[in-house]
Design a protein around this ligand. Sequence first.
Ligand code: NAP
Ligand code: GDD
Length: 375
Amino acid sequence: MRTALITGITGQDGSYLSEFLLDKGYDVHGIIRRSSVDFRERIAHLEGRPHFHLHYADMGDSMSLVKVVGMVRPDEIYNLAAQSHVQVSFDSPEYTANIDATGVLRILEAVRVCGLDQTCRIYQASTSELYGKVEEVPQSETTPFHPYSPYAVAKLYGFWIVKEYREAYGMYCCSGILFNHESERRGETFVTRKISLAAARIAQGMQDCLYLGNLSSMRDWGYAKDYVECMWLILQNDHPDDFVIATGVQHSVREFAYQAFSHAGIVLEFRGEGLDEQGVVKYIDPKLSAVNTKLSTGDVVIRVSPDFYRPTDVVNLWGDPSKAREQLGWNPTKTSFEQLVTIMVDSDMAKVAAEGAAMKVRTNLAEYLEKGIVK
Ligand code: NAP
Ligand code: GDD
């Protein structure tokens, strides 16, 4: 049985990768951090399963990493842990550098210290943010890097230190240069999930308006479940190498919002420009009007707020996945943009409906208690 160690196992990608590796028959280990809230939502369904193990460690704490690597002695390490939010990296640049840059070095050194440098293969979660203020469109493995945020600068160190250890010590370590990938498990402050959740809440009368930043920003969005397969393929290759993982298709934030709201039953029209741009309701699906009588055509449901603009923003990401397709046999278009939006909105429509039902039960209960119907 092969053994894998995943850092960042509680994150979006870590949870899908765990499922993928368990299905392949791996013994899966992951590192977790102590938190005041112990419920790990994305992996709760895996806890207690055979061949699924969790260990406390932190990317900022070398000793904890050495201890776990030495105990697990993995065949493969997937280093997914990171402070992964670009906007947050402007608020916490030093922490981001410690975890996203030096953290990669700590993993590489832990493998060396434990004498696993010739047996353990390492995958590093690199990013399309390295292309930043882009110098070429679309971006491939040969496009020059131009990082454009504290997050991207930290990840650039991670990319180069992995390359350095590969060449200096002959280690099998690789970077996947992943373009944005989303899912129903995506963190709620990333733009796609923020939109899918708001579309569901607005459709069900639980939110009035969604505030966004730069609507014209362009991304190459794929489905996280498809991307974890490629991480694994990178480590099964006959030699260590770096690969772009992307769909090869680009859309704007505005297009994502249009598609998500349409799927929730609300057709939008965008009016105005820059900070004055608004998403206005043009048409409501009759099935939706029957349940949400508050929403009308002409309502403004999207507004732009300067709070969500970044000091420097990356606005033109578009990947060329030819190398991964040709050398790894990976299919970059398994899930289309339209299917991705559908998966996310359907999931959030169900989540919001369940929250609404729970809230109704609580409200009814409060009323019954007040009236003395229930004691
Ligand atoms: P995510 O959902 O934000 O998950 C990040 C994971 O890192 C969480 O498990 C988090 O643990 C863990 N973590 C953060 N700081 C840590 C620390 N100091 N010690 C140990 N663990 C720590 O991110 P994701 O979307 O799954 O992305 C996975 C990786 O791919 C990240 O490195 C990200 O930068 C990179 N990436 C993502 C994308 C994308 O579009 N999703 C694209 C390119 C690259 P907690 O749950 O305890 O916070
Ligand atoms: N988060 C957010 N919130 N972004 C917004 C908003 C908003 O309200 N409005 C517009 N945007 C724009 C951002 O300015 C950015 O240009 C784009 O939407 C995407 O933002 P995010 O979804 O936060 O993702 P990201 O591209 O910055 O970073 C993600 O992808 C990287 C790969 O390119 C993260 O997953 C990174 O960890 C990853 O490396």
